[in-house]
Design a protein around this ligand. Structure first.
Ligand code: F6P
Length: 369
């Protein structure tokens, strides 16, 4: 068989999925199609597809990407258990040994005759991008996460969709809270950053918003709730980010027994808070709702489709311009590129002194501080 004369690019989606991933893939394919001589490959389940035996690498073209910008998830699948620098390998006795498979990955990319890599993912994935770049891989990062916690970009796609889903759920909880005179606690995602909780609390009109950046005092929350019930039968709605914690306390998490997961699993802090409120004297009936992965699934809202599309086109154009070691970013209403190193330096967390937090407080939302 004759060797393809086309230039090859491989795309990977890593970490947790996020509405808008498919829109990025489609945009890369469409923009590359205008150049005529490109072949776009997709590594199935982040870089695992390249590392698997046999390899799981698919061709991306109009036939499998047309119209997918409206679809949630990622057609090339994803995983948060495939760091090539710390790759978990199950041994015959059931134990797990982590190995550095980055050289193998690089060799296989060369064997595939791949000229460049576009890695779509959050902080963990972009750290992998930077490490691969330092080993000579022509790589470009595209930021994604519903948590919006990546630095060097004003926004990540998926975040606004998550806020919309959370706000729709919040609105529903308000009417049932009111009917039963209850306190409703709604838990949203947000491991290190409280962006989803903060925006949902403002959009929905919460009484209390608890985020990782502002440790809460349970007594202060009870005070706020009592105020709601002071004129008789009241009701109240609380939004809490999964990573929120009480002053002097720790994040509510569980060790994960999933091979290669590599971090604690969050989720369930709403139930913890419920117990803390009762212990602190809250007399109202409390119900808890954990939104979990509903925030990540389903179709992206229009804004995220647009942002993801702009990111895809930009990423491909960065390949054309050989702007490697950089990440696509949204800055001051424009799409630019930033060094990967800057993007992974710190998490983008909510500044407690920001105007958004002040405005939330200005309309009476308590952060329990
Ligand atoms: O990083 C995004 C995120 O949604 C976090 O908020 C959450 O803790 C995590 O992913 C959960 O991901 P998974 O269940 O896929 O491991």
């Amino acid at each position: 068989m004759e060797k393809s004369t086309k230039r090859k690019l491989i795309v990977s989606t890593g970490g947790g999925d996020c509405p808008g991933l498919n829109a990025v893939l489609r945009a890369i394919v469409k923009r590359a199609g205008q150049e005529k001589n490109w072949e776009i490959l997709g590594s199935v389940e982040a870089f695992n597809g390249v590392l698997n035996n046999p390899m799981e690498v698919i061709n991306l073209g109009n036939e499998n990407t047309a119209g997918i910008h409206v679809k949630g998830g990622t057609i090339i699948k994803t995983t948060n258990k495939g760091n090539p620098f710390d790759f978990p390998i199950e041994q015959p006795d059931g134990s797990v040994v982590n190995m550095d498979r980055s050289d193998e990955l690089i060799q296989r990319l060369e064997d595939l005759d791949v000229e460049a890599v576009i890695n779509i993912g959050g902080e963990g994935s972009q750290s992998i991008s930077q490490q691969l770049y330092e080993k000579g891989v022509n790589i470009i990062g595209v930021p994604k996460t519903i948590d919006n916690d990546l630095s060097s970009t004003d926004l990540t796609f998926g975040f606004r969709t998550a806020v919309q889903i959370a706000t729709d759920s919040f609105d529903r909880l308000v009417t049932t809270a009111e009917s039963h005179h209850r306190v409703m606690i709604m838990e949203v995602m947000g491991r290190d950053a409280g962006w989803i909780a903060l925006h949902t609390a403002i959009a929905g009109g919460a009484e209390v918003c608890l985020i990782p950046e502002i440790p809460y005092d349970v007594d202060k929350i009870v005070e706020r709730l009592n105020l709601r019930y002071s004129k008789g039968k009241g009701f109240a709605n609380i939004v809490i980010a999964e990573g929120a914690r009480p002053k002097g306390g720790t994040t509510f998490s569980q060790e994960s027994n999933e091979v290669g997961y590599g971090k604690a699993r969050l989720g369930g802090v709403a139930y913890e808070l419920s117990e803390q409120l009762k212990a602190a004297g809250c007399k109202a009936i409390i119900r808890e709702t954990v939104l979990g992965h509903t925030q990540r699934g389903g179709t992206p809202i229009a804004f995220d489709r647009v942002l993801a599309t702009l990111f895809g086109v930009k990423a491909f154009e960065m390949v054309l311009n050989k702007e490697y070691g950089r990440m696509v970013a949204w800055k001051s209403q424009d799409v630019v590129s930033v060094p990967l190193l800057d993007a992974i330096k710190d998490y983008n967390t909510v500044n407690p002194d920001s105007f958004t937090v002040k405005a939330a407080k200005g309309i009476g939302i308590s952060f329990g501080d």
